[in-house]
Design a protein around this ligand. Structure first.
Ligand code: SF4
Ligand code: SF4
Length: 197
């Protein structure tokens, strides 16, 4: 046992503190776009424990904040976490440091799209884009259209077709879309675009 421990000590690489560098450019970019300071996070996990999407995520919102602090861009952006966030704001309201985590995550999605960082599951960004387009032009969700478009763009046009028809028969899925003040949402989107400039 002692010999094993000695062997481990011989092979263990000691990293001197002065050799560790922290890349804060990712955190700075988030701060510039969102006004949120991820360095305020002290990893209490209150955000993760209240997150309704947590069970589907590769990492928790708490871990996401740590990735942002350490400049671990790939870990933050390529996993599914930012795409499974439904912007419910639960984490933001629970944070004792008053960090708007939902806004940070939304900002990460924007940075990811601007820098063309591909998520490991590329269906998730596609879903997000289709969803936003639908909201922009219809003012509300159109589930049947969303699923159909997602299937077509991801190369599986007939996926879940039988299930969808069964749901329509039972009145759980509508065939035709309904609109809710589409001009108002279109205006909202163009105002947001102008503000961004
Ligand atoms: S805003 Fe996103 S990360 Fe925060 S609790 Fe809701 S789903 Fe989870
Ligand atoms: S609730 Fe706030 S302080 Fe706590 S882990 Fe989440 S972001 Fe960090």
């Amino acid at each position: 046992m002692r010999r094993q421990a000695e062997g481990a000590a011989e092979t263990m690489k000691v990293v001197k503190q002065e050799n560790i560098t922290l890349d804060s450019s990712f955190a700075q970019e988030i701060a510039k776009l969102s006004g949120e300071n991820v360095f305020l996070c002290y990893q209490c996990r209150k955000c993760a424990s209240g997150c309704p999407s947590r069970m589907f995520m590769d990492s928790t919102p708490t871990e996401l904040m740590r990735y942002a602090q350490l400049g671990m861009v790939d870990e933050a952006m390529k996993k599914n976490t930012i795409w499974y966030c439904v912007s419910c704001q639960t984490c933001s309201t629970r944070c004792p440091q008053d960090i708007d985590i939902a806004h940070v995550i939304d900002t990460m999605r924007i940075i990811g799209q601007q820098k063309k960082i591909k998520a490991e599951n590329n269906k998730l960004p596609l879903f997000n884009r289709l969803w936003m387009t639908m909201i922009k032009y219809m003012g509300r969700a159109y589930e049947a259209g969303l699923v159909a478009a997602l299937n077509v763009f991801s190369g599986k046009p007939t996926k879940d077709m039988v299930l969808g028809m069964k749901m329509m028969k039972k009145g759980k899925l509508k065939l035709w879309p309904s609109f809710r003040k589409p001009f108002a949402t279109m205006k909202m989107f163009s105002r947001a675009k102008k503000l961004k400039k």
